[in-house]
Design a protein around this ligand. Sequence first.
Ligand SMILES: [Mg+2]
Length: 313
Amino acid sequence: MPRYDTRCFPFETSETPRARAMATDERILLCTDLDRTLLPNGPAPESPLARPLFHHLVEHEPLLLAYVSGRNRSLIEAAIREWDLPLPDYAVADVGTTIHRPQAGEWQVWEPWWTHIGRAWGRRTAADLAPLFDDFEELAPQAPEHQGRYKLSFHAPADTDHAALLARMQRRLGEQGLRASLVWSVDETRPIGLVDVLPPDADKLGAIRFLMRELGLGPEQLLFAGDSGNDLPVLASEIPAVLVANASDAVREAAEWAAHEAGHDDRLYPARGLSDDLNGNYAAGIIEGLVHYHPRMAEAVRRHLAHLQTSGS
Ligand SMILES: [Mg+2]
């Protein structure tokens, strides 16, 4: 018996051809953050064979791949080119507010996710909400490429009393009967404050749970990999997760504490390094997590690694 019934769920539109080709019970949906998780763009060293091995595993094993990133689509595409990454089955972009699917060489927005998160805002989109904040003098709209159908983004001075600002914004939304999550961060390179107004479920965790449901997978068929603060909700959730070894001690402690509080100690694995060839950083950490939760993958990892070593790539 198939695990799911196409009469009940819109799987015809949810599954990629690759997904359909995999035995349902064997599939693993591998969801990974990009910057400093799969991308070795931090100070820690990367094991030279880790990314080629990751590529091989995704190509040859029943792994569905989702990139889950704060980047927008064009910056995800740039990362794929720059770091020679496999094309994913799904790309969760714009801090969770958009899911794209590369299909036949084109990236397409996966509409069911927009339908789902858009319910909280009725028929209104981010552009419709913008005028609510016209009289907030500290807010300036970010450039159009940083806006989305369900992502309204502003700049504010970095030294803004952001707690007070977000409270005022939340009140304004409440007056319209709207719920939203407001996210404050600071771009330290400039430095400038960033404010995102998003539908309540439109974050990495909400998007991953949605993919899980739409694909008819159980949590045990998922693996999430992350490294930093905006990954914490997923790292502490029911989704089996690996924290790559290059994560900071502060993030490791915060993730372990949050997972413990949620009763999910067994769903968080901090990578430490498997061998001289897989040091636990970046892609090596993701692979270590895969082996930890899915011991049957250990043999595939050994085989593909041996192949790479003998082929000298
Ligand atoms: Mg990251």
